[in-house]
Ligand binder design. Structure first.
Ligand SMILES: CC(C)(COP(=O)(O)OP(=O)(O)OC[C@H]1O[C@@H](n2cnc3c(N)ncnc32)[C@H](O)[C@@H]1OP(=O)(O)O)[C@@H](O)C(=O)NCCC(=O)NCCS
Length: 287
């Protein structure tokens, strides 16, 4: 049986999620907030009235939804529970006009990848996370915050960009990916969160940034949500962002970016390191 999660499921669910990963699980931290959400639904699978699995789906923007937190009690795996929960999430999404659903797996979570492939999802991108705490840096020379008048050119850069293609047209805020369209870009620019690099008159690099990670992870940190450009432009934009972060009294930047050599090499040159060997595979399904 699949039904919306109830507050009374908490104890049983947290118990079977206690050792989901080496480090445990995050469900306990988000449980109360998730149960109150209007734009999302947490589902519970039960067997003889006992919770044995959960899964969450949330609306991101018109036509797009995000699925996460597939958890099946280890005693009841390979019985179709995640499959049934996925079907419930997809039905919920379809009823709300969703056409595309995405989710993320760690690159080494082969079981989840097999399950997801079986459910008709395909991998659309590979992102990695790098970190930098050494924010003292050289001056940026050709980078600045984008203005509204830059929007058209930035959209053109994305349209022609190989990195954007490899990103599946996506950006991420913390660990949730969505499509990057002109409306998103406009609001990033309005919020002064887009760095551009200029080579003469031409914009040849962009970095999208965000601060939500600081509150979520209780750290004095910023993140990048998307990085695009050549080696030099990315290094210069990261110099700009590091200086800005320092002025804003941040201690750290998390760089979320598509896992392509030019980006990784430029981030490494800019003092970023990859702490986890895993990268993040983003999968999607049209429904
Ligand atoms: C991933 C997970 C949710 C799958 O749950 P589940 O209820 O066992 O999945 P299902 O029974 O619906 O499996 C559907 C299909 O996925 C594949 N699959 C699932 N587990 C598998 C495994 N251990 N090895 C190989 N294939 C597997 C199979 O094709 C399976 O169909 P089959 O059993 O008929 O061959 C579960 O293993 C789990 O909770 N893992 C820990 C948390 C986690 O990693 N979540 C995903 C984070 S992205």
């Amino acid at each position: 049986m699949i039904r919306p999660t109830q507050q009374t499921d908490k104890e049983v669910v947290l118990k079977f999620c206690a050792h989901t990963f080496d480090w445990g699980d995050y469900i306990g931290h988000v449980w109360d907030r998730w149960l109150l959400e209007k734009h999302a639904r947490l589902f519970t699978a039960t067997l003889h009235d006992k919770p044995v699995g959960i899964m969450r789906v949330s609306l991101q923007k018109p036509g797009e939804a995000w699925m996460q937190t597939a958890r099946t009690d280890a005693q009841f795996r390979r019985k179709g529970i995640a499959t049934a929960l996925t079907e419930a999430c997809l039905r919920w999404a379809v009823d709300r006009g969703v056409e595309i659903v995405r989710l993320v797996t760690d690159s080494d979570n082969h079981v989840a990848q097999k399950t997801i492939a079986r459910l008709g999802f395909t991998k659309v991108s590979d992102f990695l996370t790098m970190e930098c705490e050494e924010l003292q840096t050289r001056e940026a020379t050709n980078s600045r915050w984008a203005k509204r008048t830059d929007l058209k050119e930035v959209m053109k850069l994305l349209k022609d960009s190989k990195v954007f293609e490899k990103s599946g047209g996506l950006y991420t805020v913390i660990f949730e990916w969505k499509s990057l369209d002109s409306d998103d870009l406009r609001s990033f620019v309005t919020d002064k969160k887009v760095i551009i690099h200029k080579n003469g008159d031409v914009i040849d690099g962009i970095v999208l940034t965000d601060e939500a990670i600081g509150d979520a992870w209780e750290e004095l940190a910023f993140q990048t949500c998307y990085i695009d450009g050549d080696f030099q432009s990315i290094v210069d934009m990261m110099n700009f962002f590091k200086k800005y972060s320092l002025v804003q009294r941040k201690k750290k930047i998390y760089a979320f970016a598509c896992n392509v050599p030019v980006v990784v090499e430029a981030l490494t040159e800019s003092g970023f390191t990859q702490e986890e060997p895993n990268t993040e595979f983003i999968h999607q399904k049209r429904i």
